[in-house]
Write a protein that binds this ligand. Structure first.
Ligand SMILES: [Zn+2]
Length: 342
């Protein structure tokens, strides 16, 4: 099968086309003919090098959607030809954390494309319990824009942010994967959404997704606008993945008892906190790492009913995976980038 992979970590030029054997499913496995696979910042970080060992040559891509090509002898839940998604958050299903429903804390937690081989190839494989049947509500490309971003945003708002109807929520980066999902999830939860974005196309997307206040952060200081819009109170939740560049002002936006939930650091990971501000205002800073399978299922149910929608900027063929990485690194996207297979 065709794959684009890297044998050493580094810049975009480490990505190389490869011809690899099609994986052989064991009794409980499902082989998926990949039709679309979303690209994420996670793929850039994995390519640049992680502090742990990953299989080499390494195939990235954790948002895998396609058709079942073959099933192992004991697989009962899906059939050949069915449209499916491979869950990006894979717990072992038999440890205490998995039974508690906290699968990201599973000692064997696995993200395909990070800890194991991903979907930037023609065939991907997973245990049948990680295979999720898909409806016709969305195309393969649209479904591939969903799992990582929606499960992360869902977990950030509901589990970590403890969102309530009437809350004010600031979503940083309206047109990012997590941002565009978070706007929709927060609106469905009955919140008022304020969001930031630096260009007209991204601002239009934010309005289309239902944001109540769209702040052009190249023209205005977003913290000042947030204070005006909330009559000086601040917001209950900040959804953050930008890091260094917005950290200080993001904290300023929090109301007393507010929560800043962060899942990324695209502009840099080192930040400062003034502890006096922290305890006097009773704020919480909460780290979020993906989400649980039940949170993914919840988000998928609402997408299936078209109460939320995937946001795709554009697709690239597998042969242009380098260009796709560059496009994401340059932050050109308005929504998600998806690798599409013929
Ligand atoms: Zn487990």
């Amino acid at each position: 099968m065709k794959a684009v992979a890297f044998a050493r970590t580094g810049g975009i030029d480490v990505l190389e086309p490869l011809e690899l054997p099609v994986p052989e499913p064991g009794p409980g496995d499902v082989l998926v003919r990949v039709r679309a696979c979303g690209l994420n910042h996670l793929d850039l970080w994995v390519r640049q090098g992680l502090p742990f060992q990953i299989p080499m040559p390494h195939i990235g891509g954790c948002e895998i959607v396609g058709e079942v090509a073959r099933v192992g002898s004991s697989v009962k839940n899906v059939a050949v030809g069915q449209r499916v998604m491979i869950a990006p958050n894979q717990g072992c299903g038999r440890c205490a954390e998995c039974f508690r429903g906290n699968d990201p804390a599973c000692p064997e937690f696995c993200i395909p494309g990070e800890h194991s081989q991903g979907g930037f190839c023609e065939y991907a494989m997973a245990n049948s319990r990680h295979i999720i049947p898909l409806s016709d509500s969305w195309s393969m490309v649209e479904w591939a824009a969903v799992p990582l971003t929606f499960v992360t945003a869902w977990s950030m708002l509901h589990r970590h942010g403890r969102i309530q109807p009437g809350d004010d929520v600031l979503v940083q980066g309206a047109a990012s994967g997590v941002g565009s999902a978070a706007i929709q999830i927060a609106k469905l939860a009955g919140a008022r959404v304020l969001t930031t974005s630096g260009n007209p196309a991204k601002q239009k997307l934010a309005w289309d997704l239902g944001a109540d206040v769209v702040i052009d952060n190249t023209q205005q200081n977003f913290a000042e606008v947030v204070k005006q819009e909330t009559y000086g109170r601040g917001v209950d939740i900040v959804i953050e993945h930008v890091g260094q560049a917005v950290w200080k002002d993001s904290l300023k936006c929090l109301a007393h008892g507010g929560r800043l939930v962060t899942c990324g650091a695209t502009t840099g990971p080192k930040v400062e906190i003034d502890l006096r501000f922290f305890f006097i205002r009773g704020i919480e800073v909460i780290g979020a790492f993906m989400g649980t399978r039940s949170e993914l299922d919840q988000a998928l149910k609402l997408l299936d009913r078209k109460l939320m929608r995937p946001v795709v900027d554009r697709t690239f063929p597998l042969s242009q995976l380098r260009e796709a990485h560059q496009y994401l690194e340059d932050r050109k996207q308005v929504g998600k980038i998806v690798i599409e297979f013929p």
